[in-house]
Design a protein around this ligand. Structure first.
Ligand code: NAD
Length: 357
């Protein structure tokens, strides 16, 4: 059951419950923090086991978006939405347009985009009812698929991690194990292959693997073997929660740097366990910020060259995160959180500059 303590635990500003029987809509919009600007974050559609699971997912993702925007230097806040339903059966124009009306009712405090279970087409229905939506198709003036920019950000982030580990950011000759051969991974392998890395890859989907093999040379392993392969870098680009006690015990990597959201099952505890094994971990929300940078660009009139240039900043951000972690003897995740919180505090302080003088 919903309790205000759920919002108070991490200082969420607002939660909106949306219900419309005629449209078969049950949705939750969570706004974590708007200190830096309007809260931005995707809309996930999923059949949750319980409503509480949906509430928790929306709150957790909204908070991650605040930190991702803050650490990436964007002037955006953190929000997220979930639509409770089966994305394979329950989608309709009416559902997404009704949801769009709820987004619009917030007057720009929340800007939505696609996420797991929703796609560009769904967002176009949302767009019919509100301008507060990003990630729409290029044909409608949007930024389209964010994966090329996300993948580029992961690539430069991986180079920053290599620089921290080995003093050189070259990935030439490095063995890199990639989990997933989907949208992000397919762009990432292109960058890595051209730099001369050796790529090991796993996916459950044969078709996705075949597509990659047709353009670059990779070594394929079964999905369950990816954690224990002999490689210097592991790049999780498929699922969340895959770094946990069990998988960490199998790993012998130097670096983990990938696009997947919520990679660490137990966040700080798992990050500590990685540090104890001397594995450098690139916090997921820092290294995968290219997707957010891409949609943020859409708000100013989209240009991919500008989005790619901005995603290059992930290199310096990760160096700052890793330096702070080293200096303070904290995990990389704690260091990233600290940088994000410092920026939030700095901007909150600016808002009081006239009232205090
Ligand atoms: P995608 O759905 O295109 O690709 C994911 C791939 O993982 C699929 O090919 C799927 O078959 C594979 N997979 C699923 N379970 C697996 C398993 N157990 N072992 C190996 N492979 C498995 O998704 P994507 O857009 O490439 O995103 C990848 C990850 O990055 C996701 O976690 C996503 O949330 C995150 N992310 C993506 C973007 C973006 O711009 N697309 C931005 C930020 C974060």
């Amino acid at each position: 059951m919903f309790q205000f303590e759920m919002l108070e635990e991490h200082n969420h500003e607002q939660m909106v419950l949306c219900s419309n029987k005629a449209a078969n809509l049950r949705a939750i919009i969570a706004i974590h923090d708007t200190t830096l600007g309007p809260a931005i974050g995707g809309t996930r559609m999923r059949q949750y086991d319980t409503i509480n699971d949906g509430l928790k997912d929306a709150l957790r993702m909204a908070r991650t978006m605040t930190y991702k925007s803050a650490v990436s230097g964007l002037n955006l806040g953190g929000g997220n939405a979930v639509i409770i339903g089966n994305p394979k059966k329950d989608k309709s124009e009416k559902l997404f347009r009704t949801f769009g009306k709820y987004v619009d009712s917030l007057g720009g405090r929340y800007i939505t985009a696609e996420d797991v279970g929703t796609n560009v087409r769904d967002m176009e229905f949302v767009r019919m009812e509100t301008k507060y939506v990003a990630g729409i198709s290029k044909a409608l003036g949007g930024s389209g698929d964010p994966s090329p920019v996300t993948a580029y950000g992961v690539y430069v982030g991986m180079k920053a991690m290599a620089k921290k580990r080995w003093g050189s950011d070259s990935l030439r000759g490095k063995k890199i194990a990639i989990q997933g051969a989907g949208n992000v991974a397919s762009y990432l392998v292109e960058h890595l292959y051209h730099e001369g890395a050796q790529i090991i890859i796993a996916d459950k989907n044969e078709y996705k693997l075949k597509k990659i093999v047709s353009s670059v040379k990779v070594h394929i392993v079964p999905p369950e073997e990816i954690y224990s392969v002999d490689a210097e870098i592991f790049s999780p680009c498929a699922l969340g929660g895959i770094i946990n006690e069990e998988t960490i015990s199998e790993m012998n990597f130097d670096i983990i740097a990938g696009s997947a959201n919520n990679q660490l099952r137990k966040e700080i505890a798992d990050c500590k366990a990685l540090a104890e094994k001397d594995i450098l971990y690139a916090p997921d929300y820092v290294i995968n910020a290219g997707g957010l940078i891409n949609v943020a660009n859409e708000l100013e009139g989209y240009r991919q060259d500008r989005a790619l240039r901005q995603a290059e900043g992930i290199y310096d951000t990760l160096i700052r995160v890793m330096n702070l972690a080293e200096m303070e003897g904290i995990t990389s995740l704690e260091a990233a959180n600290r940088l994000a919180e410092e920026r939030l505090q700095m901007v909150a302080g600016l808002k009081n500059i006239y009232t205090n003088s």
